[in-house]
Design a protein around this ligand. Structure first.
Ligand SMILES: Nc1ncnc2c1ncn2[C@@H]1O[C@H](COP(=O)(O)OP(=O)(O)OP(=O)(O)O)[C@@H](O)[C@H]1O
Ligand SMILES: [Mg+2]
Length: 358
């Protein structure tokens, strides 16, 4: 009797265990499934976004903010006014002026134009459409104009549907805003008209769209387009001076630390030792670094450390990146720049070194 009861209990237990195990498995599968579904959805959104240039919100992890941009305090200060425009439209109504709704940036490569566009989208909580004009420009007559119109229409639709504004970033803007008569074939002229109509509000679909354009070839751009008051702000994004470089460097370091925390949570232990910012920035300045060079030098330092781990099997000194590590990376970056500038290396650079995680 006792035995049968015991048997029953153990059998019952075993069954329960199996059921529990099954439930656990099902749960795990469901979690995995919903994760997969989420990923699939994100993937689809992204695919749609790249093929149709439809909007997606700025991705969480790589979000940058205006406060992460270094060495451009006056410009950044001005950009905060975009927020006032969104938050207090009635004040602008009262004084019968338009709130800021478009921005044109010019300056050499790697100085932060794209970063600013993304940061503005984050600050304003808009969708972000990143449009490299060379990708849009089509050799077939009328196609560029059509693509541009579709993108602007879709952005407007997205705004109407969600109430969330859309920041359309026209990168390589010189491709579209070229001096008159530059396009001998006239293919682009109608695209320019489309954009002009849009900016003048003629299409009736300007609402909800913030247009940001950038170029590093200002000499190609029609000054009349910039002077005519079409853009709310036209700002120069110059290469950083010494003070600016130090600020960029500090901000890039904090940004990387913040991203590590976002990614690893409790597992995050920091990346850098206390650094000698001043002397590193001085070297960077001597070498004519831009913000993009700073970003790249930090990536090189990390890559060197990883290589060290793997090849020496254990931590030689410390997992943290110190002043010496960064200095070495800065020199490597100079070497790369030298090789790239001499032209013999430009292809390798694109394949091997370019690493702009935004
Ligand atoms: N002023 C800056 N402050 C902080 N980081 C910067 C700054 N400028 C550049 N960076 C870093 O360099 C990266 C590349 O810069 P970005 O792509 O914004 O340059 P860009 O001006 O758009 O260049 P291009 O004219 O070639 O498109 C940024 O993602 C950022 O990591
Ligand atoms: Mg750019």
């Amino acid at each position: 009797m006792v035995e049968t009861i015991l048997e029953d209990i153990t059998e019952e237990d075993a069954k329960k265990k199996v059921i529990n195990k099954q439930a656990e498995l099902i749960n795990a599968l469901q979690r995995k499934n919903s994760l997969l579904e989420k990923q699939l959805k994100q993937y689809k959104e992204r695919e749609e976004a790249t093929s149709l240039q439809v909007t997606i919100p700025a991705e969480e992890e790589n979000q940058v903010r205006l406060a992460d941009v270094g060495g451009l305090d006056a410009v950044i200060d001005k950009l905060h006014e975009f927020r006032y425009g969104l938050a207090h439209p009635t004040l602008y109504d009262y004084y019968v002026i338009n709130p800021p709704e478009s921005l044109f940036m010019y300056g050499p490569p790697g100085t932060g134009k794209t970063m600013i566009a993304k940061a503005l989208a984050t600050e304003l909580e808009t969708f972000f459409v990143n449009l490299r004009l060379t990708d849009v420009i089509d050799k077939y007559v009328g196609e560029t104009e059509k693509t541009l119109r579709i993108i602007l229409d879709k952005s407007f639709e997205a705004y109407k549907k969600t109430g969330r504004k859309v920041l359309v970033f026209l990168d390589e803007a010189e491709q579209l805003l070229t001096k008159r008569g530059y396009h001998s074939h006239g293919v682009m002229d109608r695209a320019v008209v489309t954009l002009n109509d849009f900016m003048d509000g003629a299409s009736g679909k300007k609402e909800g769209i913030i247009l940001v354009a950038a170029t590093n070839k200002i000499e190609m751009v029609d000054e009349a387009l910039l002077r005519a008051g079409r853009f709310s702000y036209v700002v120069e994004i110059p290469p950083p001076d010494l003070k600016g470089l130090e600020q960029i460097f500090r901000k890039q370091v904090s940004l990387q630390e913040r991203r590590q925390k976002q990614r690893l949570g409790g597992e995050a232990h920091g990346i850098y030792q206390e650094l000698d910012y001043r002397s590193i920035a001085a070297t960077m300045h001597q070498q004519g670094f831009t913000g993009a060079d700073v970003h790249e030098a930090l990536a090189i330092a990390a890559r060197n450390k990883i290589k060290d781990f793997i090849e020496n099997d254990e931590l030689s000194a410390s997992a943290y990146l110190g002043t010496d590590d960064i200095m070495a990376a800065v020199n490597q970056r100079c070497q790369q720049r030298y090789l790239t500038a001499s032209g013999s290396f430009s292809k390798q650079r694109r394949i091997g070194f370019s690493n702009d995680s935004g």
